[in-house]
Each structure stands twice: as structure tokens, then as C-alpha cells.
Design a protein around this ligand. Structure first.
Ligand SMILES: Nc1ncnc2c1ncn2[C@@H]1O[C@H](COP(=O)(O)OP(=O)(O)O)[C@@H](O)[C@H]1O
Ligand SMILES: NC(=O)OP(=O)(O)O
Length: 331
């Protein structure tokens, strides 16, 4: 396989929602990433933080004696803590996986800020589920006490939702570029990045959780990556997901994706942002590839044997043209 620059977005199943489970989960992710590094690819890793940032925010809410913590710790700071906590586990696991393959490349977790627009409508309409699941009674009690918003999440219980603005600019982009040029494996835009707004020449944190698939898509565009690889719990994007007539999609064009979104095929807050992140990437980088795959089948997906590829027409036309050239050459 030709060497590529790949931005990987790691989903929740590659992490785990307690430190013990996370240590075990990141080992599997690290082995898969190390195999891609061993093939000579340049890898940049982004990851989610939904369960973790909610857990940290909840833990920070109370002091050791069980009384409310003063002052409350804002979400932006909790995002920063989640980058450190998840980055530390991922970095250590990757270092071990690379070392066992005798690969001498450095791994760096970068505390990364992402500029958002403080007028983004997302601040008036929280949609990003964070933290654990609550019963309806628990959710109502917390809503009364703290004013948090909750949604019912696909029959699994109630979850707090927070604003999830669009990523506009990655503050540390140049540092990431330099590290990748120097063959470092960079863990960045963790949890979508720490949301900040421009305050004069400086930045100020703002309470939100950015979608990590959207930030990884922005990073892939900015890095001119060959591939955006979104790794989650399912092997493929499906039509009629979880219904008797479910159908796996090996690929879809931008136009088909728009149509499927209109039909409501992709659940908001789970598959929809992944598909939209891929669409944004191939719209701006039409000859490049965006793939949604399971973590376990990442390598097969990069070889076109699994996963769902999102194509621009430009890419398909080029592919068909090349096929025609080959068949013309053979006859
Ligand atoms: N059309 C669909 N095709 C496949 N999976 C879907 C679809 N709609 C919703 N899903 C769900 O979306 C999940 C991925 O979203 P999510 O759990 O938020 O990802 P992650 O935590 O890995 O970032 C899948 O595991 C699946 O349960
Ligand atoms: N920040 C973020 O997108 O986290 P999840 O992927 O865990 O929802």
C-alpha cells in the first residue's frame, strides 16, 4: 500500500469510560495504529471525550467532603483535563506498541485549542451528549438543581447535552505540521479541541465540547491529508440501520450522502456528524478519501476491503478514467 498521511478520529469504543477500561481499550487502538506506522504512513490521531469530559466535570463539581465545589470548574478546563488524561493513556500505549515493533518514532500528546465563533447558533441549542446515562428522575433532579439540559438517548437513558460549535481554526496547527514533518506521531484535537474564542490577540476558553469528527476533518483539510479515517464501533455506515432491511454501504458519493441525510438515515449525535465530517473533507479536498470503519477493520478499510468510503464525483471520475485506460491498454 502506498504511504499516506492519515488523520485518524478515534471513537468512544477505542477509549472506555473508566481509567481501567480505557487502559485496556487504548492498547487495541495502539496496536492498530502502530501497524499503520510500520507501513510507513504519517499518522495524526484525534479522539473523542464525551463520556470522559462529563465524568471530569461531574467529579470536579464536588469537593472531597461532598460539598459543592467553589468555584465551579468550567467545561473548557474539563476539556483540557480530558486531553491530558486520554492523551496520556494513548501516548503510553502507542509508545509500547511502537517499541515492540522496534519503531523509533516519538509520540506526543498536544494540548490543542480550537477557535470557535461565540455567535455560533450551537450555543443556544445544546446537542452534544456528554457523561454518563441517568434515569429520567435523576435527570430531572439535576436539571432543577443545576439548569443542565438532558436528552433521551436512543432508549439507553438520559444524557446531559452541551453546546457543540463548529471548529473554525486549530491554534496549534503549525506545531502539528512541524511535528509530523519530523516523523512524530501526534495526538491532537482531543475531544475536538479545547474551545476558545479570540479575545483581542489572545484566546479565552468557552464552555462547549466540539465534535471530534468535525475537528479531525478540519485538521485533515489543513494538513492536506490523503485520508480521513473515522474509527467507530460499526464496520460500515448502513441504510435502515438496525431495521430488518438494514444494508451496509461500501461507498457513497457526496450527492448520495445528501440524499440519505434528507431521508434521516444517520442518527443525529452519532453517525450524522461522522458523515458530515467526511463530506466536508472530500468537498474541500475532492481527490482525497474519507472512510468510516470499525477500529478492528481499519487496515482492511484502508485497502478498500471494508468500511464506507465517501467520494467526491471528481474522485470517481478519475478512478473510472484510470480503469478505462487500463482496459484500453489490455485490449
Ligand atoms: N446509519 C447508521 N449506520 C451505522 N451506524 C449508525 C447509523 N446511525 C447510527 N449509528 C450508530 O452510530 C454509532 C457511532 O456513533 P458514536 O457511538 O457516537 O461514535 P463514536 O463514539 O465511535 O465516535 C454506531 O455505533 C451506531 O450504533
Ligand atoms: N468530543 C467528542 O466528539 O467526543 P465523543 O466522540 O466521545 O462524542
Amino acid at each position: 500500500m502506498a504511504k499516506k498521511k492519515i488523520v485518524i478520529a478515534l471513537g468512544g469504543n477505542a477509549l472506555g469510560d473508566t481509567p481501567q477500561r480505557q487502559l485496556a481499550s487504548v492498547k487495541k487502538a495502539a496496536e492498530i495504529i502502530a501497524d499503520l506506522v510500520a507501513e510507513g504512513n504519517d499518522i495524526v490521531v484525534g479522539h473523542g471525550n464525551g463520556p470522559q469530559v462529563g465524568m471530569i466535570n461531574e467529579a470536579m463539581d464536588y469537593s472531597a467532603c461532598g460539598k459543592p465545589h467553589t468555584p465551579a470548574i468550567p467545561l473548557a478546563e474539563c476539556d483540557a483535563m480530558s486531553q491530558g488524561y486520554i492523551g496520556y493513556h494513548l501516548q503510553q500505549a502507542l509508545q509500547q506498541s511502537l517499541s515492540s515493533r522496534k519503531i523509533d518514532q516519538e509520540v506526543v500528546s498536544l494540548v490543542t485549542q480550537v477557535v470557535v465563533d461565540q455567535n455560533d447558533p450551537a450555543f443556544q441549542n445544546p446537542t452534544k451528549p456528554v457523561g454518563r446515562f441517568y434515569t429520567r428522575q435523576e435527570a430531572e433532579a439535576i436539571q432543577q438543581e443545576k439548569g443542565f439540559r438532558f436528552i433521551e438517548d436512543a432508549g439507553r437513558g438520559y444524557r446531559r447535552v452541551v453546546p457543540s460549535p463548529k471548529p473554525c481554526r486549530i491554534v496549534e496547527l503549525n506545531a502539528i505540521r512541524k511535528m509530523v514533518e519530523n516523523k512524530m506521531i501526534v495526538i491532537t484535537v482531543g475531544g475536538g479541541g479545547i474551545p476558545v474564542v479570540q479575545a483581542g490577540k489572545d484566546y479565552r476558553g468557552i464552555d462547549a465540547v466540539i465534535d471530534k469528527d468535525m475537528s479531525c476533518s478540519k485538521l485533515a483539510q489543513d494538513m492536506d491529508a490523503d485520508t480521513l479515517l473515522i474509527l467507530t464501533a460499526v464496520d460500515h455506515v448502513c441504510l435502515n440501520y438496525n431495521k430488518p432491511d438494514e444494508k451496509e454501504l461500501p461507498s457513497m458519493t457526496l450527492e448520495q450522502a445528501v440524499q440519505y441525510i434528507k431521508e434521516g438515515q444517520f442518527a443525529a449525535g452519532s453517525m450524522l456528524p461522522k458523515v458530515e465530517a467526511c463530506m466536508n473533507f472530500v468537498r474541500l479536498c475532492p481527490s482525497h478519501t474519507a472512510i468510516i470503519s470499525s477500529l478492528e477493520k481499519a487496515d482492511e478499510a484502508l485497502r478498500g476491503k471494508s468500511g464506507t468510503v465517501i467520494y467526491s464525483w471528481e474522485k470517481i471520475n478519475k478512478h473510472l478514467f484510470q480503469q478505462k485506460e487500463v482496459s484500453v491498454g489490455l485490449t
